[in-house]
Design a protein around this ligand. Structure first.
Ligand code: WAQ
Ligand code: MG
Length: 290
C-alpha cells in the first residue's frame, strides 16, 4: 500500500474544545496522498453543515502514517433487531449486553451515564466515549468531559462500493451507519473490549447499536426519542484482559483498515440473533479445530 495519511476533523461552537466550546461534530479518514485535498474539502463541508449548528472552531489535522503498522480487518456482520419505540429498543439492547456476560448493574450504570444529566459534567455531549469497567462499574477515562476517542480507522476504497450496495438493500446506506460500523469494527477487535453501546447525538437520528467481536454490529432502530440531542458511547472493558492504559492507547493509535466485508442482514428477532450467534460460535470452534 502507498504511504497513507490520517485526516481528522473536529468542530465546536463557543470556542475550541479545549477552551470549553460545545462539541458539534468529528470525522476522520485514512487516505493516500493524492486524495488529501478532496477529503479536506469533504470534512470541512461536513463540519460546516451539521444538524447541531454552525461551528466557530474547526480543527483539521493531516498526519503521515509512514512506517506505522496497518491492521487489516473484516467489518462486523450487521443485524437489525426490530423495535417499535425506544423503550423496547433499550430493553433489547440490555438483553444483548447481558449475552456478553456484562453484569446487569453495570449495564444499568452504562445507560444512566448516557441518560443522566450529563456524562461530561458540563451539560453537553462528550466528544469521546465513556470507558466502563465491567467488574466494578467504574469509569476509567482520565478526562470525563472529553472521554476516549477511537481514531485511525477507515474502509479500504476497494470495499466501499460493495458496502454501499449491501447497505442500500436495507435502506441503511448513510454516513451514520457506514462510520459507526467502521468505528465499532476497530473497537471490537481490541483486546479487553467486551462490548460497545452507542446512539447518535443528532436529534433526527434515533437508531443505535450494541457491538462486540463475536456478536456483530446489532442495530436498534430506536434507542432514543426523536428530537433528543443527547447521544454517546460506552466501551465496556475488562481490565482483567488488558490494562486500561493499553486499551486507551490502542483505541487512539492503532491503525485499522477494513479490507473485507462481513454480511449485512435484514431485520431479525432476538431469538434469531441468539441462534445465529450460536452457529457462529460452532463455526469458529470448527475452524479452530480443523
Ligand atoms: N470515539 C469515541 N466516541 C465517539 C467518537 C469516537 N471516534 N465519535 C463520537 N463519539 C461519541 C460522542 O460522545 C458522540 O456524542 C457520540 O459518540 C455519538 O456520535 O446503525 O452517529 O457520531 O443506524 O453522533 C449509530 C447508529 C450512529 C447507526 C452513531 O454517532 C446505525 C452516531 P455520533
Ligand atoms: Mg453526531
Amino acid at each position: 500500500m502507498q504511504n497513507l495519511y490520517s485526516i481528522r476533523m473536529r468542530a465546536a461552537r463557543g470556542g475550541a474544545h479545549e477552551d470549553g466550546g460545545r462539541h458539534i461534530s468529528g470525522a476522520e479518514r485514512i487516505v493516500p496522498k493524492d486524495k488529501i485535498p478532496a477529503v479536506l474539502q469533504q470534512l470541512y463541508s461536513r463540519a460546516e453543515k451539521h444538524q447541531l449548528g454552525r461551528p466557530d472552531f474547526i480543527n483539521i489535522t493531516v498526519e503521515s502514517l509512514s512506517g506505522r503498522e496497518v491492521n487489516r480487518v473484516t467489518s462486523l456482520p450487521v443485524y437489525t433487531l426490530g423495535c417499535r419505540d425506544y423503550p423496547e429498543g433499550r430493553r433489547l439492547a440490555v438483553k444483548v449486553l447481558e449475552l456478553k456476560g456484562i453484569p446487569p448493574r453495570v449495564i444499568e450504570k452504562g445507560f444512566s451515564c448516557l441518560l443522566g444529566d450529563s456524562p461530561s459534567g458540563t451539560g453537553e455531549n462528550m466528544r469521546g466515549a465513556i470507558l466502563l469497567d465491567i467488574n466494578t462499574g467504574r469509569r476509567l477515562e482520565a478526562d470525563p468531559g472529553r472521554g476516549v476517542r477511537a481514531s485511525r480507522m477507515d474502509y479500504h476504497p476497494d470495499v466501499t462500493p460493495d458496502l454501499s450496495e449491501q447497505l442500500d438493500e436495507f435502506g441503511l446506506n448513510n454516513d451514520h451507519v457506514r462510520e459507526a460500523l467502521c468505528l465499532a469494527t476497530k473497537v471490537a477487535n481490541l483486546p479487553g473490549i467486551v462490548a460497545e453501546l452507542c446512539w447518535s447525538d443528532d436529534p433526527g437520528y434515533t437508531a443505535g447499536y450494541v457491538a462486540a467481536a463475536d456478536t456483530g454490529y446489532i442495530r436498534f432502530p430506536h434507542l432514543k426519542a426523536r428530537g433528543n440531542r443527547r447521544g454517546g458511547r460506552i466501551f465496556f472493558v475488562d481490565p482483567g484482559r488488558a490494562k486500561p492504559k493499553d486499551i486507551i492507547g490502542k483505541l487512539e493509535q492503532k491503525i485499522y483498515i477494513i479490507t473485507a466485508l462481513g454480511p449485512v442482514h435484514g431485520e431479525i428477532t432476538l431469538e434469531e440473533l441468539k441462534r445465529s450467534i450460536r452457529l457462529n460460535e460452532i463455526h469458529q470452534r470448527r475452524t479452530v479445530l480443523s
